[in-house]
Write a protein that binds this ligand. Structure first.
Ligand code: ZN
Length: 147
């Protein structure tokens, strides 16, 4: 198990040190902001959604390694995906983070891939909010564009 935990730690640190899709998108892309005052994490998500597809996504902000790595992983997981698929991955992620019940409604083929590296965070309840921040901000953005 410790080898797996080392691998997970590497994945998280890699995203923290070399964030993917970091930056901003100009309007008409929507921008939503989220924060986690307990930890000092701040995230902005920029979304370009057209025809039910997340064409592009960027994030900016600062905070702990969990919040920033999770946001980076989130962008790689949702870019180019249909909004329905994005919502399904978000739901599965929240189930992994134990903040949503697994009601069996998420298809088994919805995979988290690298995002599974964050599952160890569940052992540290105060950090769960850090891990979920980027995803919640993303979902707010999707709601803003009516997607
Ligand atoms: Zn944090």
């Amino acid at each position: 198990m410790s080898n797996l935990e080392d691998l997970y730690r590497e994945v998280i640190l890699d995203h923290y040190r070399t964030p993917r899709n970091k930056g901003e998108l100009p309007p008409p892309a929507v921008c939503t902001e989220g924060s986690n005052p307990l930890c000092g994490d701040e995230i902005k998500i920029f979304l370009d959604v057209r025809d039910g597809i997340v064409h592009d996504v960027r994030f900016s902000g600062h905070g702990c390694s969990i919040s920033q790595a999770s946001a980076s992983m989130m962008t790689t997981a949702v870019k180019g995906k249909p909004v329905d698929a994005v919502r399904a991955v978000a739901k599965r992620f929240k189930q992994m983070m134990t903040i949503e019940e697994d009601d069996g409604s998420t298809p088994a083929d919805v995979k988290l891939g690298d995002i599974e590296a964050l599952q160890g965070v569940v052992k540290y309840p105060v950090r769960i909010k850090c891990a979920v921040l980027g995803w919640n901000t993303l979902l707010e953005g999707l709601a803003t564009v009516g997607a």
